[in-house]
Design a protein around this ligand. Structure first.
Ligand SMILES: Cc1ncc(COP(=O)(O)O)c(C=O)c1O
Length: 388
């Protein structure tokens, strides 16, 4: 059999590869800071509601391509509340997770040879999908002092083949939240050039809930430029139910339905019911979990202030800490050695694009803060014992 060279040349799926370096996944000593998954199940009332709905046969059917109407309405209302702007049910397509949302949006906007701008470090699945599709990625360099992408640099990269700029905020892998001004500047740049600004806000519920993350939904003409990507995976602990969403203008929604029809047909129905229950009933639960995560981010920052630690915390927030390691070695070797010798699982910076070998990503959301001192202990031991 012959394979698509674009797929063949893609790196292996990162989380699976990092896990293949772990010898005993059940070791009680293992500290798993690898994949970004909520460390808790959805609350019991959601599980009971879903069980009842499924028993009644409710989740067993396809839905409309764009998703069930009450969920589209509830998400539009959630967006209006969170962003103090305008969004209606017609602006929403429910997808099979936020990754699938990204893939469909890209397929709707781009053909082979087109260009998409991504800030470094970038979310590996975005990069993989673009290269699998033969779309050229233009990278914005990483400034570890600010962890914010430069709009001026983006301006220099725009060409006739540019179709979109992609931002992820709060960011995976750095944990940085981009300022509303930064996001606005990217929006204006995209608008000026008639291209899309795609903002993946998978982690938007894990930062301050009072201040709107940006003002893009307030623009009367946001639908001509802005594409909001969302995930129900983390906010309601529904990673396995594969439910996400796109908010965009009527043109993109109309074209994207063709892609959705060919791929997902509709997002999983049971996941849509679960997400709807979450939006309707779990506001307080969500705020509580968000406060816990924000507290955990503060505690990981404090843990990294240890005077003897040579690992430097670049940034932390939402689910992630991005850390500069002290070795003159590739990040894969550092991660492998930390797994082998210290039972600590993280991800190499090299998974997140070029020039990231100095860094590793720790998904601190997975680990209770009572283990943070132990994480620091193991890092301290590693810096004095590992010969890399
Ligand atoms: C930035 C970002 N987008 C999308 C996803 C995937 O979300 P979903 O589970 O909704 O596909 C992740 C998961 O790690 C992510 O970090």
């Amino acid at each position: 059999m012959k394979y698509n060279p674009n797929v063949h040349d893609c790196a292996a799926a990162p989380i699976a590869e990092a896990w293949s370096w772990v010898e005993d996944g059940n070791s009680p000593d293992l500290i798993d800071m690898c994949q970004a998954v909520p460390a808790y199940l959805p609350p019991q009332p959601l599980l009971d509601h879903l069980a009842e709905a499924i028993r009644n046969g409710e989740g067993a059917t396809y839905t409309d391509i764009c998703g069930i109407e009450p969920l589209r309405e509830a998400l539009a209302e959630n967006i209006r509340g969170r962003y103090q702007g305008d969004c209606q049910a017609d602006d929403i397509i429910i997808t099979a997770g936020c990754n699938q949302a990204f893939c469909s949006v890209i397929d709707t906007l781009c053909q082979k040879g087109d260009e998409v701008i991504l800030p470094l470090p970038c979310y590996f699945n975005h990069q993989m999908w673009l290269s699998a599709r033969g779309i050229n990625t233009q990278y914005l360099s990483f400034n570890p002092d600010t962890a914010q992408p430069s709009v001026e640099e983006a301006r220099t990269l725009i060409s006739d083949r540019s179709r979109a700029i992609v931002l992820v905020t709060p960011n995976n892998p750095t944990g940085a939240t981009y300022s509303p001004d930064c996001i606005e500047a990217f929006y204006q740049l995209a608008k000026e050039h008639g291209i899309a600004l795609i903002v993946d806000e998978t982690y938007r519920d894990f930062i301050d809930y009072v201040i709107p993350p940006h003002a893009l939904f307030e623009h009367n003409d946001w639908r001509d430029t802005f594409v909001h990507l969302y995930s129900f995976s983390k906010v309601f602990s529904l990673t396995g139910h594969r439910t996400g969403a796109v908010a965009a203008g009527p043109g993109l929604i109309e074209q994207m339905q063709k892609v959705q029809d060919c791929t997902a047909i509709s997002a999983p129905h049971a996941g849509q019911l679960a997400a709807l229950y979450g939006l309707q009933h779990l506001h307080d639960w969500k705020l509580k979990k968000s406060a816990e995560l924000q507290q955990r981010a503060a505690l990981i920052k404090q843990a990294f202030s240890h005077a003897e630690l040579k690992y430097r915390l670049i940034c932390a927030g939402a689910y992630f800490a991005y850390v500069e390691h002290p070795f003159d070695s590739k990040s894969r070797e550092v991660v492998k050695a930390l797994i082998k010798n210290f039972d600590l699982v993280s991800l190499p910076g090299s998974y997140f694009g070029q020039n990231q070998d100095k860094f590793i990503r720790l998904a601190f959301a997975n680990v209770h803060e009572k283990h943070f001192d132990e994480v620091i202990n193991r890092l301290l031991q590693s810096q004095s014992t590992l010969e890399l």
